[in-house]
Write a protein that binds this ligand. Structure first.
Ligand code: NAI
Length: 334
């Protein structure tokens, strides 16, 4: 009996061949994220790329007896192209992380160029892949990828995602600490972008909207918006969130693959090209999206916002517009 079940589950996973490339795979996020992807039965071919160290990480992971092959690549011998060839999912945590006192925007000058070069290689080797951008500042690096793909004539807005899952993850955890509840059962809709004041948790849409006092609300919103700073401070110069981010990135990657596999009702928040505020010049916006066989299937309505949240949204939009323009200008003015 056991044998039969084991056999069945093997054959059902092996029908959905999933080639996944992680770019920046030897880094703080890249390593645990690659481990989690090695454990994911949807992944059958895992390619790890980094400037250095990816072959070692791949050799290490390759001993884990899950149903995927894993290979590591470095720039030598055209490693980037080989890692990306016909990949269906490309996850990008390559770049530098924050140090204490830095904002995500401070990373732009270095990370924008890294993301542009990786996006160019992805456009040339796997133009139909879903691209998951983790490298910060996400509000600007996603437009960098979009413009790069546009320039090369392969942009598909349904397959480009800024990974904001960590904000949702933190919100579930933090609200459960306040309410003394099971964090796995908590959900907070997060909209806007992925940095400080652009992160808007819609607490009025949770079941606690009546009981949370204005003081608790302000503290909770602030903690969700600046939760990353807690980690940057605690790591004291050794980087930003890596393990919780790996968990969040792995969850989001799994959801994108579940959508590609045709599962229904797969919903996550992500920073994507969105019609919600396009008429105000904001091309990308994070909200709950439904993931399907072709990537983004549906971008849901935001639902009712209270006056406080409407205020947060106005502030967010101003910053977001500038962040998006910065990313687009980086490519357009090159
Ligand atoms: P890290 O410095 O530990 O790792 C980055 C890796 O990228 C390094 O191994 C480095 O060699 C590699 N890399 C640099 N340039 C590359 C290139 N051109 N091609 C391939 N690999 C390259 O940094 P960590 O902590 O892993 O963070 C990575 C990025 O993720 C940062 O930009 C950070 O701000 C961002 N991040 C995003 C979050 C989100 O919620 N979206 C949360 C936390 C961090």
């Amino acid at each position: 009996m056991f044998r039969l079940v084991a056999k069945r589950s093997f054959s059902s996973t092996s029908t959905n061949l999933r080639k996944v490339a992680v770019l920046g795979a030897a880094g703080g996020i890249g390593q645990p994220l690659s481990l989690l992807l090695k454990l994911n039965p949807r992944v059958t071919d895992l390619r790890l790329y980094d400037l250095k160290g990816a072959t070692g990480v791949a050799a290490d992971l390759s001993h884990i007896p899950t149903n995927s092959v894993v290979n590591g690549y470095t720039p030598e011998n055209d490693g980037l192209s080989t890692a990306l060839k016909d990949a269906e999912l490309v996850v990008i945590p390559a770049g530098v992380p924050r140090k204490p006192g830095m904002s995500r925007d401070d990373l732009f000058s270095i990370n924008a160029g890294i993301v542009r070069d990786l996006a160019t290689a992805a456009a040339n080797n796997c133009p139909n892949a879903s691209i998951l951008v983790i490298s910060n500042p996400v509000n600007s690096t996603v437009p960098v990828v979009a413009q790069t793909f546009r320039k090369l004539g392969v942009y598909n807005p349904r397959k480009l995602f800024g990974v904001t899952t960590l904000d949702s993850v933190r919100a579930s955890r933090f609200i459960s600490e306040l309410q003394n509840t099971d964090p796995t059962k908590e959900f907070v809709s997060i909209i806007g972008g992925h940095s400080g004041i652009t992160i808007i948790p819609l607490l009025s849409q949770t079941k606690y909207s009546e009981e949370i006092t204005p003081e608790q609300r302000d503290a909770l919103v602030n903690r969700i918006q600046f939760g990353g700073d807690e980690v940057v401070k605690a790591k004291n110069g050794a980087g930003s969130a890596t393990l919780s981010m790996a968990y969040a990135g792995s969850r989001f990657a799994n959801s994108v693959m579940a959508g590609l596999d045709g599962e229904s009702d797969v919903v996550e928040a992500a920073f994507v090209e969105s019609p919600l505020f396009k008429d105000e010049g904001i091309e990308f916006f994070a909200s709950q999206i439904t993931l399907g066989k072709d990537g983004v299937e549906r971008i849901g309505e935001l639902g009712p916002l209270n006056e406080y949240e409407k205020g947060l949204l106005e502030v967010c939009k101003e910053t977001l517009k500038k962040n998006i323009k910065k990313g687009e200008d980086f490519i357009n003015n090159a």
